[in-house]
Each structure stands twice: as C-alpha cells, then as structure tokens.
Design a protein around this ligand. Structure first.
Ligand SMILES: C[S@@+](CC[C@H](N)C(=O)[O-])C[C@H]1O[C@@H](n2cnc3c(N)ncnc32)[C@H](O)[C@@H]1O
Length: 418
C-alpha cells in the first residue's frame, strides 16, 4: 500500500529543522512526532528512515538533487524516501518526480566521485584517509551507512543466552548469538521488545556487542570496588554490575543528572543492588577525590565525537568539527587524569571511546602513559585471552563496523604498579 502524500511533506518539514544541526536528529524527530500525534506507526517509520538516509548520504543527494524538479527540500525528502521505502511506495508523486527517482535508482554509485561515495565532511574525509587509506575508508563508510542490527545483552543474573534465544525464536523473532560477546544476541529486524516479559523482567537489555565487550574487558569481579566514571544512562554499568554478580560496590558517576536518571528504571529491571549512582559537578569533584586509591577497576567511557556510532547517529559527522574534537581531547585527558587517581595498586584503568579518530584514541592513550609512569599499558591481546574473547588485537581494542559488525570502539587498558 502506498504511503499517503503527507508523508513527503512531513519528511520535508522535519528535515528542514534537522539539517540546521542545532540539536541531535533523534531528539528533533521524537519531538516532531510528539507534536504530530496523528502520524501512524508506519508513517513515522518512513519519515524517520528517510531522514536518516538523507543524513547518511547528504553529499550524494545534494549532487542528485541538482537534476531534480520542485522545491529543494522536497527533492531531498523524495531521495530519502526513494532510498528507504522505494519510489513506488510514495503517494502523490508527479510523473516527472517518479521518472526522476527511477533515473536516480539506476545510477551505479560505485562510479561516482569518491567524495560523493564517502559522504563525509572534507576535514573528516582527510583525517580518516590519512589513517586508513582510501580502500579501507570506503569499506568503513559503506558499513557506517548501513543500519545497525539490534544487539541485546542477556542479564546473567536472570537468564542464560540459549533459553533466551529459544524464547525469542518462539516469539517469531529471527535472532542469533553474537560472535564475540558470550552474552550477546543479534536481531536483524527490529521488533518491539518493550512489551516482552523478557525485557520487562530485566533478562535482556539493548546493548551493542562492542559496548558489551568494553564492559567485559574492564574485568570487574565479585566483591570489587568498581567505578564507571562516565556512566551516562548506564549501558556499561548494567553489564559491569552483572559481571560482579551483584556483589561489591559499583559507583556510576556522571556530570549529567538527566542521563544518570535514565539508569534508574534500567537498574530496577536488572535486579542489581550493588550500583550507586553519583552525580558529580566535574571530574575533580570532592566526591571523586574521596575515592582516591580505592578502586580495583575504573572505566572511563569518555565523552567523544561519537563517530563510531554513525550507523545510529549519522548526524554526528555533520555536527562535529575539528574544533569540537580539540575540546573533547582536553576533556578526555582531564577525565583520565582524575580517574587514574582512583585506581589502587594492581588495579586497572580502562579508557574507551566510540570514536574512530586517532587523536581521541591512540593519542590520548600515549599521552597518558607518557605522563603516568605508575601505570603500564596492558596489551589488549593479553586481556582478550584473559577474558576468552576470540579476537586478535595488538595493544588496543579497535572494533570496526565493516570488520566486527559492531559500532566503532576503541579501548586501552592501564594497570597501576604502585
Ligand atoms: C560515551 S558517554 C557514556 C555512555 C555510557 N557509559 C553507556 O555505556 O551508556 C560519556 C558520558 O560522559 C559524561 N561526562 C562528560 N563529562 C564528564 C566528566 N567531566 N566527568 C564524568 N562524566 C562526564 C557525559 O555526560 C556522558 O554521559
């Protein structure tokens, strides 16, 4: 059945706002849908997917749109919808528009200039080309431009992976075990999980496999004192708490009260009672200082450019700038320096980002090691073996969507000797 013509005008309207890049696309979309409650589920899905397609393919669409007819934003909306639902499913197209979309669909995109295929802002294209070379970068952007699957983590306090896989399959959900995380389940088509007892009872949580692995390499154990320094809404906190088998003490710190508040309902579902959320004013808050030298494990899941999560947040590539990365670098260094003070002798500090940029990853790790002789870098290969994770890495964990089918993640682990 064709989508009603108003889907095009809604897509146009919300795109107009999102392409100003004054706030995150998902926030603008949610607000738009709240303000337009008459849009049905299928229509919302179509608008959202079209918007994301435009964000993913902005440069390519700008070039395609040059040949189109009608208002510029309508052309963008049509390209997004054409890509996602297909031209035949769009209601209200003029003959000219339908013919144009057909011509566009026949273009062999591999013959387009590299810049149009990559769809990155010039500064980012330049940096990633330097890091990876053109062929690797094309593979990376190809993977980043595809929708992410839905990954779940089984809460080991409440369930085991095999029975959960069986229960999901029985409910008609096509799913499989993730290859690297022993608790992960991957679902290709996104079902509504919120109403399933498995979700409501806390047996499963939504979490990318890469994020599950970051929690696992932190290596938190029973009875330990563990600090999740940048806990946010607690994706990794929940995984750490379960790895600690709900024993010991797990402090979930963050400067954002709003993000930490989102952890509360998730904690309630999870059955964890060893987690202590703490709002801090900044990384040197006295609440932080009081924990100096006490922690077995400190995870710094640092604020970063988020460029590894472009599958979910394609607007990030247009919202970040070289200047914003410099600001983030200062924050990353300051947080890591403060978090390091909390680690006790023999304890470990885990630095992690969901960025793809060396300046937020290897460079920060190298600066930390140079400035902190009390710490040594623990080669990631050693940690992967300790944790029995079937991945080959050098000194660092580097997860890439085109290789591992996770978001892009980086991690370095440091151990305090004295
Ligand atoms: C990458 S996100 C964390 C995501 C979270 N760990 C998860 O797995 O869902 C980074 C977090 O760092 C927090 N943050 C920013 N500056 C901070 C600081 N100075 N000290 C502690 N947390 C900070 C942000 O509020 C944000 O929630």
């Amino acid at each position: 059945m064709r989508l009603p013509p108003f889907v095009v005008s809604h897509t146009e309207e919300v795109l107009r706002e999102i392409l100003r890049f004054t706030g995150p696309a998902d926030v603008v979309l949610s607000r738009y849908f709240r303000e337009n409650p008459k849009l049905g589920g299928r229509e919302r899905g179509a608008v959202a997917e079209a918007v994301y397609a435009v964000l993913r393919n902005k440069l390519m669409y700008a070039s395609f749109a040059e040949s189109g007819v009608g208002p510029a934003m309508r052309r963008q909306a049509l390209l997004g919808l054409g890509e996602t639902v297909g031209a035949d499913a769009i209601g209200g197209l003029s003959e000219e528009e339908a013919a144009w979309l057909k011509r566009i669909a026949q273009i062999d995109r591999t013959t387009l200039p590299l810049g149009l295929q990559l769809n990155l802002p010039p500064w980012l294209q330049e940096r990633l080309t330097q890091q990876l070379g053109e062929a690797q970068l094309l593979a990376l952007t190809g993977a980043l431009n595809r929708q992410a699957p839905l990954d779940l983590r089984v809460n080991a306090l409440k369930a085991k992976r095999e029975p959960v896989l069986a229960e999901l399959t029985a409910a008609g959900i096509v799913c499989e075990a993730t290859p690297f995380s022993p608790l992960g389940i991957r679902i290709r088509r996104k079902p509504a999980l919120q109403n399933m007892p498995l979700f409501q009872d806390g047996a499963i949580e939504v979490q990318d496999e890469g994020s599950q692995l970051l929690a696992q390499i932190t290596g938190a154990k029973r009875g330990e004192l563990v600090i999740d320094f940048c806990a946010g809404a607690g994706g990794k906190t929940l995984a750490l708490g379960a790895a600690m088998r709900n024993t010991g003490r797990l402090y979930a710190l963050d400067v954002s009260e709003k993000r930490l508040a989102k952890l509360k309902p998730r904690l309630a579902r999870s059955g964890l009672s060893n987690v202590h959320p703490v709002v801090i004013a900044h990384e040197n808050d006295t609440k932080v200082k009081r924990m100096a030298g006490k922690a077995d494990r400190v995870l710094v899941d640092a604020p970063c450019s988020g460029l590894g999560t472009l599958r979910r947040n394609p607007d990030m590539k247009w919202r970040q700038t070289p200047e914003s990365v410099i600001e983030l670098n200062a924050k990353q260094q300051a947080i890591l320096a403060s978090a390091a003070r909390l680690v006790k002798p023999g304890g470990r500090l885990v630095y992690a980002t969901c960025s793809l940029l060396e300046e937020e990853n290897e460079a920060i790790a190298a600066q930390f090691i140079a400035a902190n002789p009390a710490f040594r870098l623990v080669p990631m290969q050693q940690i992967l073996e300790e944790q029995k994770i079937a991945l080959e890495m050098g000194d660092y964990l580097k997860l890439l969507p085109q290789v591992h089918e996770t978001d892009g993640f980086f991690s370095a682990v440091f151990e305090r000797s004295a």
